[in-house]
Ligand binder design. Structure first.
Ligand SMILES: N#Cc1c(N)n[nH]c1-c1ccc2c(Cl)cn(Cc3cccnc3)c2c1
Length: 229
């Protein structure tokens, strides 16, 4: 059963990249089907409006609930998971990507402006799995880029999508922390040599050096990932 993904957005062109590379191949192979829907197709006024002023005042505009209700109703089943990107969401992570990769149907509601009327989440929460997710502690202009990131992180974990599942095995066995540095040919580039140990063929020494490099990088770049931190 392929993973089905429906993306609802006012900027369908943002999702053209999903036809390329790994995501494109995943669709061609039938492991995943991705459909992009223009929210404005679900409006009923002449101006195809999707936003209005916020109750309670405040800057900006809020996306009105009805177009979202029409659009989600058009694709939802009782197997659906509704993903709502929002700065206020739980943090998206590799474990969450793995969960999404094993879902049957994902609906991404990509909002803009100051957000989507909260009643959309409230309406679907009793009916299906609804997850408000953020991809990190920085502020984007909408949910589209976040959705692209979450789709790519999740779809690459769908069994059969990655040509070389070995890389997933390596990832999953990765020590807590960041990856060791990688090198390829040429052995010397602009006077810079590849670390000797990597050319030695001594796999135990290479494994030890890579673990050391991972710890050095993690300590410097991501001390929050160190054990006991
Ligand atoms: N996921 C994620 C995520 C992230 N990590 N940063 N920003 C977002 C994100 C996601 C969804 C929306 C929607 Cl809808 C509107 N905006 C703009 C905005 C900006 C500041 C405050 N309120 C809304 C979104 C920003």
């Amino acid at each position: 059963m392929p993973l089905r993904i429906d993306v609802i957005t006012i900027f369908p062109d943002y999702f053209a990249p999903l036809q390329l590379s790994l995501m494109g191949k995943a669709q061609q192979s039938g492991l995943v089907t991705i459909a992009i829907h223009d929210l404005r197709e679900f409006t009923s006024d002449r101006h195809r409006s999707v936003d209005d002023t916020p109750y309670g005042g405040g800057a900006g505009m809020v996306m009105t609930p009805e177009p979202w209700g029409q659009a989600i109703d058009a694709v939802v089943t009782d197997q659906s998971t509704l993903i709502v990107p929002t700065p206020a969401g739980k943090l998206f992570s590799q474990p969450v990507a793995a969960e999404l990769a094993h879902s049957t149907h994902l609906i991404f509601a990509c909002g803009r402006y100051e957000g989507i009327d909260q009643r959309v989440v409230e309406y679907y929460r009793p009916r299906i799995d609804v997850r408000e997710l953020s991809i990190g502690d920085y502020v984007l202009a909408g949910g589209d880029v976040a959705t692209l990131a979450m789709i790519e992180a999740s779809v690459r974990l769908v069994p059969g999508v990655l040509g070389n599942p070995e890389s997933l095995v390596e990832e999953s066995h990765q020590l807590p922390g960041v990856e060791y540095p990688s090198y390829t040919k040429p052995p010397t580039w602009r006077g810079l040599d590849v670390p000797e140990v990597l050319l030695s063929g001594h796999h135990d020494q290479i494994a030890r050096w890579r673990a050391e490099q991972s710890t050095i990088r993690t300590t410097h770049n991501r001390p929050d990932l160190l054990p006991g931190s």
